[in-house]
Design a protein around this ligand. Structure first.
Ligand SMILES: C[S@@+](CC[C@H](N)C(=O)[O-])C[C@H]1O[C@@H](n2cnc3c(N)ncnc32)[C@H](O)[C@@H]1O
Length: 228
């Protein structure tokens, strides 16, 4: 399970400007008064920022630990949380389906394709799917085979990356050392995989959508609108 033990440290480790990220999306689209499905809401950092703008949010994640933190952070009659697994399906229709901050990088291409096919039926006319991906350059070269180390009050965390050029997969492990009362360390580890999605990959997977993209060196932003 990913984002299990790591969930408790996600907000501390996340060196990410959510305000600037929201501003990019607001320059590309309008959230005012809309019904949103947010897939991969994590600890709710975007959920909380979108909530004042929109009519409703249904926020989903596969990690019970991340969802629990989101639930503790934000409560509103406009907001519902869902724990999802591979078989989940949504019954409602929405103005926007959003996958923010690397969520798509976590989805194997076959799963993302399947979701895009299903979600055609969950969008209002004119509705769109919004998502961002870490760029190929970021996954392959910037993160590549790097190791990062972080201090946390309870100990330290190592983030160990391993990029495979052939499969265009970034496998990484997060090793958490938690100092115990007897001065030994408890070691916990979780393994993540992220997939590269180039603009060509998105075009191939999202054939039934009109695609608008803003590509930047580090992060690519996409809006998919169902073709009429
Ligand atoms: C990098 S975090 C982003 C969280 C949040 N969107 C944010 O802006 O901080 C990726 C999130 O995607 C979730 N996730 C990964 N694979 C998933 C899947 N197959 N279905 C649903 N959620 C998934 C993880 O549990 C995690 O909460």
């Amino acid at each position: 399970m990913i984002y299990h033990r790591l969930a408790d440290y996600y907000d501390q480790l996340m060196d990410f400007d959510y305000e600037a990220f929201l501003a990019v999306w607001q320059s590309l689209t309008d959230f005012e008064g809309q019904d949103i499905f947010e897939y991969g809401c994590g600890t709710g950092n975007m959920t909380a920022r979108l909530l004042p703008l929109v009519r409703s949010i249904d926020a989903a994640d596969a990690s019970p630990d991340m969802l629990m933190l989101a639930r503790q952070k934000i409560q509103s009659p406009k907001l519902r949380f869902f724990l999802v697994d591979e078989d989940f399906s949504i019954a409602k229709t929405y103005d926007k389906i959003c996958l923010f901050v690397d969520v798509v990088n976590y989805l194997p291409p076959s799963q993302f394709k399947h979701l895009l096919e299903r979600w055609e039926h969950n969008l209002h006319p004119g509705g769109e799917i919004l998502f961002d991906v870490s760029s190929e350059d970021k996954l392959s070269r910037v993160l590549g085979d790097q190791i990062y180390r972080y201090d946390i009050p309870e100990g330290e965390i190592y983030w160990i990356n391993d990029y495979d050029e052939t499969t265009k997969r970034l496998d990484f492990s997060l090793v958490i050392y938690l100092e115990q009362a007897d001065e030994t360390f408890l070691r916990e580890e979780e393994y993540h995989t992220q997939y590269v999605y180039t603009a060509d990959d998105i075009e191939r997977l999202a054939k039934n959508y009109d695609i608008t993209a803003r590509l930047t060196p580090e992060r690519d932003y996409y809006s998919l609108r169902k073709k009429k």
